[in-house]
Write a protein that binds this ligand. Sequence first.
Ligand SMILES: NC(=O)N[C@@H](CC(=O)O)C(=O)O
Ligand SMILES: [Zn+2]
Ligand SMILES: [Zn+2]
Length: 344
Amino acid sequence: MTDRITIRRPDDWHLHLRDGAMLEAVAPYSARQFARAIIMPNLVPPVTTVTAASAYRERIRAAAGPGFEPLMTCYLTDSIDPDELERGHAAGVWVAAKLYPAGATTNSHSGVTDVRNIAPALERMQRIGMVLCVHGEVTDPEIDIFDREAVFLERVLTPVMRDFPGLKIVLEHITTADSADFVAAAGPRLAATITPQHLHLNRNALFAGGLRPHAYCLPVVKRERHRLAVRAAAVSGSPKFFLGTDSAPHLREAKESGCGCAGIFNAPHALESYLAVFDEEDAIDRFEGFAAEHGPRFYGLPLNEGTLTLERSAIEVSASVPAAGSTLTPFHAGETLGWRLVGA
Ligand SMILES: NC(=O)N[C@@H](CC(=O)O)C(=O)O
Ligand SMILES: [Zn+2]
Ligand SMILES: [Zn+2]
């Protein structure tokens, strides 16, 4: 039995750090584990200009401390200017742009109402080699919420891949067997990130003994069959699947509410949570690829130097952590995890 594992320093390819006091509170958790992270641009207002992204990057660097590099993304809107995308990409500010279908998730109201509206932007991104990150859910209220990801594959992703055959795309936070199969079957320009919650939870978790707001995120967790398919993809060793926590902090009172926010704050023990899954699947030898190699290779970025070690040892997850004058309830709150990050 493996009791200790040392891996190349990993990265988080999908992270929400917010801004202001929340940023100050949450950034150190990610910086402790990850060398770099793709920073989601769904602030209010969203990050749509190079100037805003540069300033936000400085605030993140200040909050996270040395040794953590924020990789910035541009929030795509119906009126996004392709020249602004190219300028930010050439200046090394933006590594990717993010497609939020308008209304699909937290702070997506400025998102794209019809993907045809951003055809000039996608055309330009394809030409300059800028990655498109996608929240893959349709927003059609006629579509059952548990089917929105699968319908997105057919209605949006398939036509985009056909119309922009050279565009590199990351389908983010996949939750279904449909997505795992779709990504595995597509060529090397399509990859997917996977969150810890979609590896641990199925939709029963939303209703275990009562309504569980801290298990609610988007895309919503699915039935067991899908969780197993996503787990199989994560531990498969395929370079098309990599780590993206989607850690998405919302204060406790915003989660425990008559209309609770979508998002799970998993940053405090993200690596330990993922490693538990690889351990259960008898795939510890594939953990380093998922956490530290597949992502940078897809994005065309260098692998990190340095290592980090985890060892088999019980670790109690706090029931809550302080943030911005209130508290956050972390993923696995009150549970015991079987691995501990022991140092870099
Ligand atoms: N995942 C979530 O449920 N929420 C994210 C947005 C997102 O990634 O869709 C957030 O910003 O809170
Ligand atoms: Zn999303
Ligand atoms: Zn997200």
